[in-house]
Ligand binder design. Structure first.
Ligand code: SF4
Length: 580
């Protein structure tokens, strides 16, 4: 997890659900999500219940519903607001957000309050309605590009100028961390004083300590500009918003991974999150694979696992606030001591869930305890239907291995299945798309045979997204699918899926994917578009009005050195657990 947690927005497998990101207006239409689903580690944390409008009486109970492991300090020399550019429900579902709040609470002399995007907080803090403009520092954990507009809405509601050049020294310093900062901070560079590039544990306390001791914000910002791990637009960009040099991300290495005080876990639980009173514990960072579309593998470095004993200590720390625990990471199933951690957690009386499992980790030793804990659904991300294209993605898992994983899950009693696919992959052919239907048909057949024996069929659900080329991945310069080609390919897939009984298929939003791609690869001028959207324009209208400029460019291969390419990737680091 990098600062405020960097969020992979693609996952391999999750138990029980991988949550798809949604735009704010779409979230408002979403149905309340009531099942026992777990948000993913560092995920964009956009939930199906994200848009649920919390009733007035519910809002007044948000604080009262919280059961906390630590108390947040309310007195201190430096007054800090820690926010999330989305609603309370989404923010507190994010272990990353919870972790940066806890890290701040560990720095002496800091008074902490929390805030969220409108309508949950209208420019004021949740705790006692303090105006955000009266605080010394506002920090956002921002995991997903589409939330940039919510950050602007929060500034508007607080009466704080959107652009840093229009703010006075009396306004709070604005800090942003999380995946958005590390993937490409340029689109928000006109609004933000300091971006944090990397691990919160190593970088966030430094900002707080410096700001507590030095009241002159310009001096704080200048000091941070000279340290690794921070992007300070006023120092690191030229007058046109172009980077003046390269900057470094800072990631946790073996010594920090072995420090038991630096294992992120929930500081509170509440029923008002996606996973309802479940405490989360992080298991590892990085990934053993390097899938070519995935930002995680190219930026978090190799898989590094926390020691099992340190993880179990965190689990024990949750005993007084909950009896439900979820383990999160990009590759939870790759922890070498996972069976022991699951078994000891269950011995402590916990109901256990996992976030993401790679397909090779779907073995009985892992799935059986999950099923015993009540998991009834597993999510797999084959990404495409054919072995050939999957190998080109550097995800060399053949269909027969995927079907074995389906079989294992069914045999363990996990009856429902969700599969994720990507359309618009470089080199994708119509045969690859047709093969998606074949893989789903074969999976359905396995589910049917187990369902007959059990006397109950699970549900089969297929989710699909459009490839968003991410900076620093091998696909970073790839064109985004055109809308006409998107329609043609979706029709082809839907024709293949039609004969499959009781299959639920989610068609992705083309507009959201296109907008996300524009933000992912944007420059400092992209902030103008974010402002246009914030000024209550619909996304469709915005994209239509810019179809001959940024939209057209998004559908072309990127030529030359792109503006966002100024942040170094994460270093590789050997896992202490794996090296034993
Ligand atoms: S690189 Fe790792 S986290 Fe990313 S999709 Fe591949 S296996 Fe999953």
């Amino acid at each position: 997890m990098a600062f405020f947690n960097d969020a992979p927005d693609r996952y391999c497998t999750s138990v029980p659900l991988r949550v798809q990101p949604q735009m704010p207006e779409k979230r408002e239409r979403s149905k309340a999500h009531t099942s026992d689903h777990l948000f993913l580690a560092g995920s964009p944390c956009y939930g199906l219940a994200v848009g649920r409008r919390i009733s007035h009486s519910k809002e007044t109970n948000l604080l009262g519903d919280e059961r906390r492991r630590i108390v947040l300090p309310r007195q201190g020399r430096l007054k800090v607001g820690i926010g999330y550019p989305n609603r309370y429900h989404v923010a507190l579902s994010s272990l990353a957000y919870q972790w940066v709040v806890e890290l701040a609470a560990g720095v002496p002399g800091i008074a902490i309050q929390r805030f969220f995007a409108p309508p949950d907080c209208l420019g004021r803090t949740l705790e006692d309605d303090t105006p955000l403009a009266s605080l010394d520092l506002l920090a956002w954990s921002c995991s997903f590009e589409l939330d940039a507009v919510n950050l602007i809405h929060t500034l508007d509601a607080a009466g704080i100028a959107r652009r840093r050049q229009d703010r006075s020294p009396r306004d709070p310093m604005v800090v942003v961390g999380g995946a958005v900062a590390s993937i490409n901070p340029l689109p928000l560079s006109q609004a933000v004083d300091v971006f944090v590039l990397g691990a919160a544990e190593l970088l966030w306390p430094q900002i707080l300590e410096l700001s507590r001791e030095e009241p002159d914000r310009d001096r704080v910002v200048a000091e941070l500009a000279g340290r690794d791990g921070y992007f300070v637009p006023s120092h690191h960009l030229d007058g046109e918003g172009r980077p003046l040099g390269r900057l470094r991300r800072i990631e946790k290495r073996d010594p920090e991974m072995n420090d038991p005080t630096l294992v992120p876990s929930s500081y509170m639980v509440t029923p008002n999150t996606e996973y309802r009173n479940r405490g989360l514990v992080e298991m590892s960072r990085g990934c053993p694979e390097k899938c070519r579309y995935c930002w995680v593998s190219y930026n978090y470095g190799k898989l590094r696992c926390y020691p099992a004993e340190a993880i179990l200590d965190r689990v024990r720390g949750l005993v007084k606030i909950t009896d439900r625990v979820g383990f999160v990471a990009t590759a939870v199933g790759d922890h070498p001591d996972l069976p022991r951690i699951l078994s000891e957690s269950r011995d402590l009386g916990f109901n256990v869930a996992l976030s993401s499992l790679r397909i090779p980790a779907m073995v009985p030793e892992v799935l059986a305890p999950l099923a015993a804990s009540g998991a009834r659904s597993v999510t797999i991300a084959p990404e495409t239907g054919s072995d050939e294209l999957r190998a080109k993605l550097k995800k060399p898992i053949p269909n027969h291995r995927i079907l074995e994983a389906v079989e294992t899950a069914q045999a363990c009693g996990i009856s429902s299945l969700k599969m994720y696919f990507i359309v618009g992959l470089p080199g994708e052919t119509d045969d690859d798309l047709a093969a998606i239907g074949g893989l789903l048909r074969d999976s359905r057949a396995i589910m049917l045979s187990h369902g007959r024996n059990r006397g109950r069929m699970g549900t089969l659900h297929a989710g699909c997204s459009v490839l968003v080329p991410k900076p620093y991945t091998p696909y970073s310069k790839a064109p985004v699918l055109s809308q006409s080609e998107y329609r043609r390919r979706m029709s082809l897939i839907e024709k293949e899926l039609k004969p499959i009984d009781n299959l639920k298929f989610d068609r992705p939003s083309y507009r959201e994917a296109l907008w996300q791609a524009i933000l992912s690869r944007g420059d400092a001028q992209t902030f103008d578009l974010i402002e246009e959207l914030a000024d209550h324009r619909s996304l469709g209208r915005l994209l239509s009005e810019h179809k001959h400029t940024v939209v057209r460019r998004a559908m072309e291969s990127v030529e030359g050195e792109p503006p966002w390419r100024f942040i170094s990737s994460a270093p590789s680091a050997k896992s202490p657990a794996l090296s034993d």
